[in-house]
Design a protein around this ligand. Sequence first.
Ligand SMILES: Cc1cc2nc3c(=O)[nH]c(=O)nc-3n(C[C@H](O)[C@H](O)[C@H](O)COP(=O)(O)O)c2cc1C
Length: 344
Amino acid sequence: MRNLLPANRPALVLAPMQDVTDLPFMRVLGRRSLPDWFVTEYFRVHPDSRLNKYILRSLSENQTGRPIFAQMIGRDIPDLIRSAKELAGYPIAGVDLNLGCPAPVVCRKDAGGGLLRHPGQVDEILGALRDAVPGRFTVKTRLGFHGSDEFPALLEIFRRHSIDGLTIHGRTVADRYQTPVQPDYVKMAVETMPCPVIANGNVVDAETALAYSSQSHAAGLMIGRGAIRNPWIFAQIRAAFLGESPPAPTHRDLLEYIMELSGELARETSTYAPLPHIQRMKKTLVYICDGIDPAFEHAIRRMKTPEEFHQLCHRHLDHDTPLQSLPPENSRIFCGFEDLLKRR
Ligand SMILES: Cc1cc2nc3c(=O)[nH]c(=O)nc-3n(C[C@H](O)[C@H](O)[C@H](O)COP(=O)(O)O)c2cc1C
């Protein structure tokens, strides 16, 4: 991963997000601001799994010009090896293993974040995958399952297997998304890991990016929900690091982004149907609407038809007021990011 890092600033990476960071999202994001690389939403791996065809298209039809890593989630070593070898046949920058997903259904199966309860198993999986993956092999983890005191022992394991990169979502699995992140633990990894470390969690604008970067000294920042809310965020952060002037989007720019994404998603669907389309858009809009106007947010959550969707978006967003750089403090969707700013 080292040779993917920019020379004059931290790398900026789009976080993998299931049902959001697909090919249409990558295209629409890319027309506004590009990360230095992408990571796919996870491929589920188990004894009967086949590589998901829809996610594969993010690899084979990626025309953004930026590399993309393929992420896997699972615990069965032969199946992880089989899937990693199949993925190597696609144009990928590397294979990433998910050790952070907190969804109960995933953790119950001892996959994703659930694996962090079993360091011995993590050790075996990393050893086997490191031997099997010919190219870059990276890991995305949390600080532990129950507590961050588990982290030093996890780092020991990561260090043993010559991984090419380590992304750290600076919370435990038990924290889910509701707490501040802990840059000190990311810094501990930066100081002890031989590979580049990427800091993740709660970067919502250029200021939070600068703060997380200076507190962790990470080689890069991975941004998830903040990039759904604000697809100009990569250009804004890049400008902040380089001392250039950032793009300043308006509500009307946001409206265009939403309409473009809706159009791209509708075109991708072979059997377009209005209700599933609206449900899919809601998955994205929940991150965009937060803090714009409570009435807009309320109505978006309840909308049922494409006509309602278009009317609502035009009514609330078709104006030239600049967008707020920060989401509201203490919102349900974005919480804890103020902590990064207070610690500066
Ligand atoms: C809707 C959604 C889906 C996610 N799916 C994945 C996933 O497939 N793989 C993964 O490693 N993390 C996944 N995550 C976690 C994000 O990659 C990221 O670690 C987390 O959102 C914290 O970063 P952020 O504060 O910048 O959003 C998901 C998060 C969200 C909100």
